[in-house]
Design a protein around this ligand. Structure first.
Ligand code: FAD
Ligand code: PYC
Length: 416
């Protein structure tokens, strides 16, 4: 990968920006690959990057039906944290946070990871008990987490209304200081560029339309750009996982839902942390551009349309203004939605499928952006070795028949 100097930047700015290299090759599909990854979101791209860099497999294609990062990777609200309750999840998500901490250097691409702290508010006695239990569980797992009382919450986040008159009293909150945000599309671009430099074919506008099976194996993939033979196949298609599983001939226990978000007009810096409230269904942070990035729970209206409905916006604005009355004069700029894949225990599914050489990575639901590097890392290991990475093993599909569920509905921080 080429590194550009300040001189090159100057030269390009004076000569019309005609000399920049493409960030990644726009590959034409070959007839056969050792590994095909379906889905050019962060998880698929990261998987390809680690397969090529750590497992010596370089004849890899990533097939994306639209443009890379055009799914949930480029539509999320960029929150990264690892404050999950159960041991299995705390280990998996904290593995990701550790990778985030070195990701900009690793990819030689600025993913703008900002560890500004994520505060989860408690408004009821039940929230307080749940939050304090979570802090204890996280500390036992070596994950940083603190309980803040009301006064400490106010010191950490001054614009928040914690007064006695507040509609939603703030009784405290949990804080993870290592948590924060990252620039979501830079994550897709950074992984794509780095994977391409390792020889991976990134193929956009290539929709998978069918999987060709010979008994218990997938032999080829039908796409809008022709048939491609594959030694192994990894699926990382988020909200379309059940559609792809259906093509392969098995069923997944996931539901697809719309999750929407919106941004305000840009303003000067007013909020230097992330604030989330499960109980009132709103969360907010401020982007580097100055926009407030605001989200809520999932939409009740089912669709693949990647847009949400108005009642959710109305509710989340009411909740936001109750917590931050000073935001009341802000105008909202635009809203969008993504299709997320929710599993029964709100935990991901990573590993083997009933088809021998087909591997699945899905069920991240409303919270998979934070896991992107960790997910790609353990999924690459799982595909390369044909057996789960130890951190991925508890998240196998068979937990829905064995009953070893990992219930993380409380950690999702987004109602569903
Ligand atoms: P995606 O980025 O969706 O990639 C899957 C890709 O597969 C897509 O690009 C799609 O086009 C492609 N695809 C589908 N079908 C086919 C096919 N037949 N052929 C070829 N390609 C196909 N998570 C957090 O951790 N923090 C947050 O703050 C957060 N906020 C969110 C806010 C919103 C509004 C939304 C919608 C989600 C949010 N999430 C958040 C969840 C997070 O975005 C996802 O869990 C994560 O991005 C999933 O990444 P992925 O790579 O698996 O999926
Ligand atoms: O998982 O932190 C999260 C999240 C925030 C908004 C949507 N998901």
């Amino acid at each position: 990968m080429r590194r550009y100097s300040v001189l090159a930047l100057l030269r390009e700015s004076l000569t019309g920006h005609r000399g920049w290299e493409r960030a990644w090759e726009d590959a034409t599909p070959k007839s056969e690959y050792d590994v095909v990854i379906i889905g050019g979101g962060g998880h698929g791209l990261a998987t390809a990057y680690y397969l090529a860099g750590q497992h010596g497999i370089t004849n890899i294609a990533v097939l994306e039906k639209g443009w890379i990062g055009g799914g949930n990777t480029g539509r999320n609200t960029t929150i990264v944290r690892s404050n999950y309750l159960w041991d299995e999840s705390a280990r998996l998500y904290d593995h990701a946070v550790k990778l985030w901490e070195g990701l900009t250097d690793d990819l030689n691409y600025n993913v703008m990871f900002s560890q500004r702290g994520v505060l989860n508010l408690a408004h009821t006695l039940g929230d307080v008990r749940e939050g304090q239990r979570r802090v204890n569980a996280l500390q036992l797992n070596g994950v940083d987490s603190e309980w803040l009382d009301t006064a400490a919450v106010k010191r950490f986040c001054p614009p928040l209304d914690v007064g006695a008159h507040a509609r939603y009293p703030v009784l405290g909150g949990t804080l993870q200081r290592r948590a924060g945000t990252a620039r979501h599309d830079a994550v897709a671009w950074g992984y794509a560029r780095a994977a391409s430099a390792r020889g991976v074919d990134i193929i956009q506008n290539c929709e998978v339309t069918g999987l060709v099976r010979d008994g218990a194996r997938v032999t080829a993939i039908d796409t809008s750009r022709g048939r491609i033979r594959a030694g192994k196949v990894g699926m990382a298609v988020a909200g379309h996982s059940s559609v792809l599983a259906d093509m392969a001939g098995f069923r997944l226990p996931v539901e697809s839902h719309t999750l929407q978000a919106l941004v305000s007009e840009p303003i000067k810096p007013v909020l230097d942390c992330v604030v989330m409230s499960n109980a009132v269904h709103v969360y907010v942070s401020q982007s580097d551009k100055g926009e407030l990035v605001i989200g809520a729970g999932i939409d009740e209206y089912l669709s693949y349309a990647q847009r949400g409905s108005f009642p959710v916006i109305e509710h989340q604005m009411g909740a936001l203004l109750a917590l931050f009355p000073s935001f009341s004069r802000l105008r909202m700029l635009r809203s969008w939605g993504g299709t997320v894949d929710i599993s029964p225990d709100a935990s991901p599914i990573i590993g083997r499928t009933p088809i021998d050489n087909l591997y699945i990575n899905c069920g991240w639901g409303t919270g998979g952006f934070k896991a992107t590097p960790g997910s790609g890392h353990v999924f690459a290991h799982t595909i390369a070795r044909g057996e789960p990475h130890p951190l991925a093993a508890p998240f196998a599909l068979d937990r829905f028949t064995s009953g070893r569920l990992i219930d993380e509905h409380g950690a999702a921080a987004v109602a569903h």
